[in-house]
Design a protein around this ligand. Structure first.
Ligand code: 13P
Length: 259
């Protein structure tokens, strides 16, 4: 990680936690936050707990995000949630195109593009997820897949819009499997992403772009991953469900910056 980019540690709680459980976890994160306040921490609870988490963290400087958004502001779209509603609930960030949504709910690069545009239009910071399957990796298609995903979902944005996008590289084979990408594997893809951003928007935008890694990040692998030049932080699943491990990952990322 380069020192000009402050580490960003985002906890994607997925479909876990009741409102009470979310409050408890957020309170524990807030208690530990002073020690890691040099990092940006983002808690991403299920929709039902966003407001409760927002209330718990608001004075502390911790951020809150959502796990999905629809591209319309309002209307007859049963079961969807709009950027306006997320904004009102206190979100600043929103995850878009997580592989679980692509796999189970028909998300495509085109829906990711529409959602990203809508989120930006409401002053939300999109965290756009990209990543390859195990089969694509084994067939040497990783970089081609990443390129296509970026070109189809975010590279149509103008420069000032793109500058507000956080990218998250999450190899699908590493999500929830306990098998993280090695630091070298992560760095290869992250530097490739940064070079594509440089090709599209120029070096200054690329140098400032935030590229998170996600997939079985734990306290014991966070330091070596965060030490890689183009890894700017993490999108954490399982290990974000306990304050202790989430905060430990933030500590390790900060240690890597200072190293
Ligand atoms: P795990 O950290 O549980 O592998 O999940 C990663 C993820 O999907 C974060 O969005």
């Amino acid at each position: 990680m380069q020192t000009l980019r402050k580490p960003v540690i985002a906890g994607n709680w997925k479909m876990h936690k009741t409102i009470a459980g979310a409050r408890e976890l957020a309170e524990a994160v807030v208690r530990g936050f002073p020690e890691v306040s040099q990092a940006t921490l983002i808690l991403i609870p299920p929709f039902t707990a966003i407001q409760e988490v927002r209330k718990t963290i608001s004075a502390a400087g911790v951020e809150v995000g959502a796990q999905n958004v629809f591209w319309e502001e309002k209307g007859a779209f049963t079961g969807e949630i709009s950027p306006l509603q997320l904004k009102e609930a206190g979100c600043r960030f929103v995850v878009i195109g997580h592989s679980e949504r692509r796999q189970h709910f028909g998300e495509t690069d085109e829906t990711v593009r529409k959602k990203t545009l809508a989120a930006l239009g409401h002053d939300l910071y999109p965290i756009v997820c990209i990543g390859e399957t195990l089969e694509e990796r084994e067939n040497n298609q990783t970089l081609a897949r990443i390129r296509t995903q970026l070109e189809k979902s975010v590279f149509s944005l103008d420069e000032s819009s793109f500058s507000r996008v956080v990218l998250a590289y999450e190899p699908i084979w590493a999500i929830g499997t306990g098998r993280n990408a090695s630091p070298e594997q992560a760095q290869e893809v992250h530097s490739f992403i940064r070079s594509l951003v440089a090709g599209r928007y120029g070096k200054t935008v690329a140098d400032c772009a935030i590229i998170l890694y996600g997939g079985s990040v734990k306290p014991n692998n966070a330091f070596s991953l965060a030490r890689e030049k183009d890894v700017d932080g993490f999108l954490v699943g399982g290990a974000s469900l306990e304050a202790e491990s989430f905060l430990a990952i933030a500590r390790e990322a900060l240690r890597a910056v200072r190293d």
